[in-house]
Unconditional design. Sequence first.
Length: 475
Amino acid sequence: MQESIHPEKGISPRRNILQRFDGIFALLVPNFNIRAFVYLTLVFMVVLCIEIWRIAPAFKTAKMSETPVKETVIADDSYWKSAEYQKKLQQQTVTSFTGELAAWLNGTAAHALDFDDAVLRGHLSTVLVPAILAEAQALGASGEEMIAAYAAGYETWGELVSRDQDHYHAKGWHPTGVLGAIGAAAACARLNKLNAEQCAQAIALGASQSAGLMSNFGTMTKPFHAGHAAHAGVLAARLVKNGFTSAMDALEHTQGYLAALSPKGRFDVESPIRAGKEWQLLKAQLGIKKYPLCYCTHRALDGIHDLVKAHEIATDAINRVIVNTSRLNATILKNHRPQTGLEAKFSMEFAMASVLVRGRAGLNELQDDFVQTREVQELMKKVVVEPDDREDPEQPGRSPYDLVTVEVADGRRIESPKVRDIRGGPALPLSREELWTKFSDCVRVSKVSIDAAGLFETLMSLEKLGSAAKLPHYG
């Protein structure tokens, strides 16, 4: 029915009522804008109540999701170890992810075992390779282009390391996370064939995504740093390619990357760029890990292995185990009484105890049940780490050598060789057979059914690959 008009005042009776109400309300709230906001809020609430009343019956008959809570978010890791979950894991099919997410997942997975290579104060390949792989598969880049991108990321990473004489570890930064985002951005910029200005902006955008705290070592968050850095590199290159901008002086600015992260402010922004002239790939060569523990344990691990091979030592006859290593190593290896496999990766005490008990420190030993055994826990109490403040001028952050000494009940002091070069490092590289052993062990632990030998051969001759899109996908 149409609203009638009052013959004298020319307004409807309904509108007259609203005006009277507003006039009364105006005595309490003179400001019209506030009154209008109150009116709109009342209208919204009335509409919301009507809508809830309308759909409420649906809630009574709706079925709850058939997906159990365990399939979404769960804190109790007992489910992940259960036969039920393992069966579902084996049955699941390959899922495709966006490039950025694939880089994040693979970067996290690559760092989870702490079995990745080490160089330039961090774990370079665990960030660069997942980022390059994700972007190269999206672009259909060749194996040669992937290698060139890796070189670009490597040199950028090395250039940044050379700009500060102090270690980011000393300020609590995880170098893999804070350097990785920039290195991955440079690598992906190379894959996307960005021009010089765009490359600089991608690096700057990567710098603003740099993150990672040492306080999270020994937890799931540490490998998360690597995945985040790989994701940041892919995202930075893609955004800049599509017009996203950032500061051209984000690294050297007084409020930029170098100044913000430097432990003592002793960073260099004056020296010319060395990239392309003094190759970091040749100067600072990769160290391929032989053990799935923090790289800071590896010289001592080589030493205790040699000692155990040369001498039969009963663990109950050991009075004390003394490890001489660098002050930096002692600081990083912060878990002195680990209870989990993750914590044990950053424990010199566990590294020594594992070899003395089982003769090795591998993936099978980095299990919670082994770490918690009485024999291991008791032996860890006998391990003493003595920091050596001397520094090897050719290997910054390291002492001239690491030394392990075992004191036994009969009064003997048995010393390992003085270990300077790590097995798997540039001076003592792993053989092709040792690389295959490591690769096949990782495949075995992954429990994924793949042609391990075929994939290994493809990766060992990557320069011959026509397109990354042809690489097999495994899930």
